[in-house]
Design a protein around this ligand. Structure first.
Ligand SMILES: [Zn+2]
Length: 615
């Protein structure tokens, strides 16, 4: 039967058709056996295991994992069977396994986009082994996507689930490795984009020497209604596979969908903040955003504005810390001509320009007492005077304020007006630092990689496992902004088509990144150490200290802000900009001064002189 034949309508075909429409597809064009070579291999997968015991994290392929006693799993399995009956418990465990398998497949496809097709499929059984569920022996393993062929037959030894079942119930008259079967089906289906059903034909739980399992596309089995029932296709699809919602509701769904699409993150702290944002966006409430520098307060504020009823009105932002004290009030409320020397024309302030829209006041904690009282009045009465003026101006402005300092402490210290604090603190949203939302690091890495490869028109396939491990355990004092800078720098430094590695983001800085505790291919833990590639990437003639590196980063940021018009002054010396460019060139040339000089259109002597003059 040709594969293009549309399926008959029916619940099974519907299920298959919906699975087929999933975004992630993988085409496998050649037939291959389950093998130990290929990319990614067992060693590559083992390298993705990272332990961060000091933070309470275990990672595998960028996913947070947990170590749980097999016996605790066995006890839960027993309780499920007892309380909900065998069939329901079997369905639940099958779906749990499916979830695990589908997630692993999605991560593997994301991490090795250039991976060998057969190896990507083989990664499923390997991860299943790494996660401690079974020992897989391949009997037959055939894939040929050109004719839609998929057939695999494995033997499972040491099945954890069978052992637990035997320990509780003794020999069973039917196969019992439910979660494992769910895993195999979920992995293969997610990777191929069509429903692959695995079935256990023999099982240790029934007294056989090994579990024998066979996987085929659903339409090649005689009858998969039992399997589909355990997968509970309809409920399963609607709850766990995140199909795009049918968008006929006009109210909440419209902007919620947009928010989750725009905002990257799935950690509990981030989701809590995002939900607060979703709730307050359509209201008129004043919002106070708190959190360390670099956590994305301005991005949150902008998103809030875009999803408010004022989205088609002005968005005006002011960083109160960037202005000299005597200019803050003029900037906020405007100036009447002749108010002070240099005020040759009258001009409106940010409050006036934001009329009808949203005014974002960043670093509100740094305002002077006089500016604080004027803002309080503007908030309370919606009116103010320009500097040097005596006519009241009425505006309708929604204020979003942000601060990285503890305003309550500032109030207690007498530096911040208590009444203004309560006026602003109507709806506080705290944004957690990146080190408290580590689950979001890898999605953010991928997001910034897409963004910067587009901006710099470069093709970079992804990250090395080592870089992912290093960043998953980095402390990120500069938060998301630091991560963003690192990925941008990596995109600039990386060669076309090369995977981004630790050396691309360090610029020769030796000490700031540690290789975390991880697994060797033989399963032994290796302790944390200074990332080895960092040392090898060090620039021999121009080793950089930590301070110098931070100087270069600031120079790059300032230059970018200046060019884009966000800064009125460059705020950095031309020398620093030059130093930064020389460092980038040296990094790209692996410390070869002649090659770096060529990149910059300078002579070797010029570059050499500048390196020496920095010491
Ligand atoms: Zn079994």
């Amino acid at each position: 039967m040709p594969r293009s034949t549309p399926p008959d309508s029916g619940p099974e075909e519907d299920f298959i058709a919906r699975l087929l429409s999933r975004k992630k597809r993988l085409l496998v064009n050649r037939s291959s056996q389950f093998q130990d070579s290929g990319f990614p291999n067992a060693e590559h997968l083992a390298e993705t295991v990272t332990f961060a015991p000091q933070d309470g994290f275990i990672w595998l392929c960028g996913q947070r994992m947990m170590l749980l006693q097999g016996s605790a799993f066995g006890a839960m399995r027993r309780e499920l069977i007892k309380s909900m009956g065998k069939d329901k418990a079997r369905g639940l465990l099958t779906r749990l396994g499916w979830q695990a398998g589908a997630r692993d497949a999605a991560q593997v496809a994301e991490q090795w986009p250039e991976g060998d097709h057969a190896a990507l499929y083989s990664a499923g059984p390997r991860l299943h082994m790494l996660e401690g569920m079974v020992n897989v022996e391949a009997v037959r393993f055939e894939i040929d996507n050109s004719i839609g062929h998929f057939y695999s037959e494995f033997l499972w030894h040491n099945s954890l689930e069978a052992d637990e079942h035997l320990a509780t119930y003794g020999l069973s008259d039917e196969a019992v490795c439910w979660m494992s079967i769910g895993y195999a089906s979920g992995y293969a289906s997610s990777l191929s984009g069509r429903l692959i059903v695995f079935r256990e034909l023999e099982c240790c739980g029934c007294g056989q020497a090994a579990c024998r399992i066979v996987g085929k596309p659903a339409n090649q089995w005689d009858d998969v209604s039992a399997e589909l029932a355990y997968l509970d296709a309809e409920a399963f699809l609607s709850e766990s596979n995140h199909p795009m919602p049918e968008d006929d509701g006009l109210l909440a769904s419209e902007y919620e969908v947009d928010l989750s699409a725009e905002m990257v993150g799935g950690s509990s702290g981030f989701i809590a903040a995002r939900q607060l944002l979703e709730k307050v966006a359509p209201t008129q409430a004043t919002v106070l955003l708190t959190g360390e520098s670099g956590v994305g307060k301005e991005f949150f504020a902008q998103t809030l504005h875009q999803h408010s009823r004022r989205s088609d009105r002005p968005w005006v932002a002011l960083n109160c810390a960037n202005l000299p004290e005597n200019l803050v009030e003029a900037e906020l409320f405007g100036v009447e001509r002749g108010a002070f020397t240099g005020a040759e024309r009258s001009r409106p302030g940010r409050f006036e320009r934001a009329d009808g829209g949203t005014l974002f006041l960043d670093e509100i904690g740094s305002l002077s007492a006089s500016a604080q009282s004027k803002i309080l009045r503007a908030l309370q009465e919606g009116e103010f005077e320009r500097v040097g003026g005596n006519t009241s101006i009425k505006v309708d402005v929604r204020v979003i304020a942000a601060t990285h300092v503890d305003l309550r402490a500032e109030v207690a210290a007498g530096r911040f007006r208590e009444d203004l604090f309560y006026r602003l603190n109507v709806y506080p949203i705290h944004l957690p630092p990146l080190r408290e939302r580590r689950e979001d690091i890898q999605p953010l890495m991928s997001y910034f990689l897409r963004r910067f490869t587009q901006r710099y028109e470069k093709s970079i396939p992804g990250f090395t496992t080592r870089l992912v491990n290093v960043l998953l355990t980095h402390t990120f004092p500069g938060n998301i902004r630091e991560l963003q800078n690192l990925i941008e720098r990596g995109v600039i430094t990386c060669d076309e088509g090369e995977a981004m590695d630790v050396k691309h983001i360090t610029l020769g800085n030796k000490e700031s990144f540690l290789t975390p505790t991880g697994l060797t291919a033989s399963g032994r833990l290796q302790p944390a150490a200074v990332a080895e590639t960092v040392a090898s990437a060090a620039v021999p003639d121009a080793e950089l200290g930590r301070d110098e590196l931070f100087g270069a980063e600031t120079a790059l940021d300032n230059l970018r802000a200046f060019v884009s018009g966000q800064r009125r002054e460059l705020g950095t010396t031309l020398e620093d900009v030059e130093t930064m460019l020389i460092r980038l060139a040296l990094e790209k040339s692996d410390g070869n001064i002649t090659a770096a000089a060529q990149m910059l259109g300078m002579s070797r002597a010029q570059v050499s002189y500048r390196i020496k003059s920095q010491k």
